[in-house]
Structures are given as C-alpha cells and as structure tokens.
Design a protein around this ligand. Structure first.
Ligand SMILES: *[C@@H]1O[C@H](CO)[C@@H](O)[C@H](O)[C@H]1NC(C)=O
Length: 167
C-alpha cells in the first residue's frame, strides 16, 4: 500500500517536472544576481514608438557596461503597455531575446537593442495619446543555477516609460 502511494506520487512529480520544463523551454532566465550595481542605474528603455500605421511596438533597450566586459539586454519579462483605453501584456515570464541562448552570449547581441513586438490590431494606441510601458530587462545571463529545469541567473531591473504616440 505504501509502495503504491509512493509510485503514484513519483509519477505525478515526474509529470509535473515535464510540464514545468515544457512551459519554460529547456532553460530560462531568473533575475537573482546582486552584482549589478554599476549597470543598474543606466539600464532602461531609451526609445519606444509604434510602427506607423501598424500594431507593432518598436522598443529600444540599453544596458551600460559594468566593468566586467560589455553588457547586452538578454531577456525580457513582465512586458505590458496600457492606458485608459487599451491594455496588452506581451510577456509575463521572462524569455531570452537579442540572440541570447541560456548562458551563451551570441556575437550577434546588440546594445542598444531594437526589437519589434506585434500585437492585436484592436489594441493599438491611438495617435495623440500617452501610453505607459512596463518591462523587466535582464542582462549578464551567464551563470547556471544548477537545478532542474535549468535556471540562468541574470541581473534584472523593472523599468517604466510613458511615451507619446506620434503616429
Ligand atoms: C525603431 O526604432 C529605432 C530607434 O529609435 C529606429 O532607429 C528605427 O528606425 C525604428 N524602426 C521603424 C521601422 O520605425
């Protein structure tokens, strides 16, 4: 009886781990690093606009170098925009961006980093309105946490920018 229960629990645990692994991909960023002070002040959204006539947000992020070599924006999370009229969430859990993969820094990573985020056309902010953008920026994602599923330790900062939609 006890052994049966143990086997059932073990099976459930394995299915749970497989599910977590699938929803996160093979590795994912976590913003737990504390050795980020130098870059922290300057990490930000330096520009954001909507592509003229299209429901696509064009966002430029930047992370200063911190003395340990160059830095790049490497993952985004908690990414939303909104005002009184429209609201949209691009991301809740963080994902790697800018050609970064797990702990591997690609030679194609850019800083500043420009990226385009399409969304449902009905949610495009109207020209002549203000929109808030919330984003968690991650950088220095190069340290494995050593657990299953693979967590990649990064620096991170939650930023906010209010922008005027020109067109
Ligand atoms: C996106 O924003 C960047 C930075 O401001 C700008 O250089 C680029 O031309 C923009 N792209 C489009 C398609 O508007």
């Amino acid at each position: 009886m006890n052994q049966k229960r143990f086997i059932i629990l073990l099976t459930l645990l394995i299915f749970f781990l497989i599910h977590v692994d699938k929803t996160h991909g093979s590795c994912y960023p976590i913003g737990v690093r504390k050795d980020c002070d130098k870059e922290w002040d300057g990490a930000n959204i330096i520009d954001a606009s909507w592509v003229p006539g299209a429901p696509i947000l064009n966002i430029t992020t930047y992370v200063p170098d911190g003395g340990n070599g160059p830095n790049y924006p490497e993952a985004f999370g908690h990414f939303t925009f909104g005002n009184d009229q429209v609201k949209h969430r691009f991301l809740k859990k963080p994902i790697f961006v800018n050609d970064h993969h797990c702990t591997y820094t690609s030679p194609d990573e850019k800083n500043p980093y420009v990226s385009y985020w399409p969304h449902d056309g009905s949610l495009r902010p109207a020209p002549g309105t203000w929109v808030g953008i919330w984003l968690a920026i991650y950088w220095r994602c190069n340290r494995l946490d050593g657990h299953i599923p693979k967590k990649v330790q990064c620096c991170h900062k939650n930023v906010f920018k209010n922008i005027y939609v020109n067109q």
